[in-house]
Design a protein around this ligand. Structure first.
Ligand SMILES: C[S@@+](CC[C@H](N)C(=O)[O-])C[C@H]1O[C@@H](n2cnc3c(N)ncnc32)[C@H](O)[C@@H]1O
Length: 379
């Protein structure tokens, strides 16, 4: 829902993305307000700001006249910022939105860090950024107190420099960090682990922001045990929806080596990880595509099989809205007779949703925590 964000510098019309009339949440929080207040009250003038993890443009569009570089791992955030820029008649060239994997090339005199939920992502962002900062850089971080990692100050001090916390304001807090040359430790944030599927040892790769990047998720593991019973051999096009590191899709391709396969996720780091997991097992295969998009929006050919371990939160917002969107889009993209297979926590009640949408839903397997459900698209 579009709402007016009046802050210490400007007024903006902002909405979260994708736009939904049922979404009543506002597209900024008190930490955004506090960060902007700090910038507005400072006597300094900056030439080259970088903003990390701005969700819907509250920070980057407020500062658009400074042409900020904006980093986000979320395709939905990229789209939300672009959409909100258009609504506020801000030229898209005013704000350059990159992913956490993009190479940086300039030095920055202002860093505004919206502290991410994931501490590994925070460390990766700090180590990538550090070479582009100088002792004159203003470095300010902010977040809602309930979302801040307990080790935040320690992490900022280890990777950037001495840090001081501000007073709390509307349940948000800012942190001011001195860029202290020489304090960063470089390390690769790409994780990998090995797992076994049909007697083959496979390697899964995961960048910092990727689900289950260090070991197989227990729900995914259960679905892998039952993958061979799904008759994937008949499929021509299989989709790994919300692919994360791509283990479901790679294993589906081991069962059916002829089908084309699409990996899709809204996280740039997830899709790049899935690509690495795939390339390790299938270095020479061509019939694969990797798509960063919202749910199935980037899939242009019909699918016979869609495999999905849906997310139950987007950043700090918990709920089954994304799963529901994934299920609805799956029904649209499936051929008649094609099937969506879902693994989920049993308390999420996906069974009811799938039955309502597809008119059928079969329980493939379950354990104390999870259910594997399969819904088939009928005529
Ligand atoms: C529970 S994880 C499953 C990852 C992987 N399939 C596995 O089983 O390990 C859910 C995935 O959905 C992705 N996701 C969240 N919102 C999405 C959206 N709107 N469109 C596509 N993928 C999304 C997340 O980035 C995450 O990788």
């Amino acid at each position: 829902m579009m709402k007016t964000f009046s802050n210490a510098i400007t007024d903006l019309q902002l909405t979260r993305y994708p736009i939904s009339s049922k979404d009543t949440l506002q597209a900024w929080d008190a930490a955004d307000e506090y960060l902007i207040e700090f910038i507005a009250q400072s006597a300094k003038s900056w030439q080259n700001p970088i903003i990390l993890n701005d969700q819907w443009g509250a920070l980057s569009l407020t500062l658009h006249q400074k042409h900020p570089t904006v980093i986000s791992d979320s395709f939905l955030s990229h789209q939300g910022i672009i959409h909100n820029a258009q609504v506020n008649q801000i030229a898209s060239a005013d704000v350059s939105v990159l992913t956490p994997l993009s190479e940086l090339s300039e030095s920055y005199d202002l860093v505004i860090l919206k502290v991410p939920k994931n501490n590994s992502l925070l460390i990766e962002q700090l180590t990538r950024l550090y070479p582009y900062l100088s002792p004159n850089t203003t470095f300010v971080s902010g977040g809602m107190i309930k979302h801040l990692p307990p080790t935040l100050i320690e992490t900022l001090e280890q990777f950037i420099g001495p840090t001081q916390a501000s007073l709390a304001q509307k349940k948000a807090r800012l942190f001011h960090t001195e860029v202290n040359t020489g304090s960063a430790i470089k390390k690769s944030a790409l994780s990998s682990y090995k797992f076994t599927f049909l007697n083959q040892t496979l390697t899964a790769y995961g960048h910092a922001n990727v689900f289950a990047r260090q070991k197989l998720d227990i729900g995914t593991r259960l679905l892998l045990q039952h993958l061979p019973s799904l008759a994937l051999e008949k499929a021509q096009h299989i989709v790994d929806l919300g692919c994360g590191n791509g283990v479901l899709g790679v294993c589906a391709s081991i069962i059916n080596t002829d089908a084309s396969i699409s990996f899709t996720d809204e996280s740039f780091m997830a899709v790049d990880s899935a690509k690495r997991t795939w390339q390790k097992r299938f270095p020479n295969r061509q019939n694969v595509q990797f798509i960063v998009n919202d749910c199935l929006q980037g899939i242009t050919t019909e699918a016979d099989e869609i495999l999905c371990n849906p997310p139950f939160h987007q950043q700090h917002t918990v709920g089954d809205q994304i799963a529901w969107r994934m299920f609805k889009q799956a029904k649209q993209k499936l051929v008649t007779g094609g099937a969506l297979t879902v693994i989920g926590n049993r308390h999420l009640n996906y069974h009811m949703k799938l039955k309502r949408l597809f008119g059928n839903c079969t329980l493939i397997a379950n354990d104390r925590k999870f259910v594997i459900l399969r819904a088939t698209k009928s005529l």
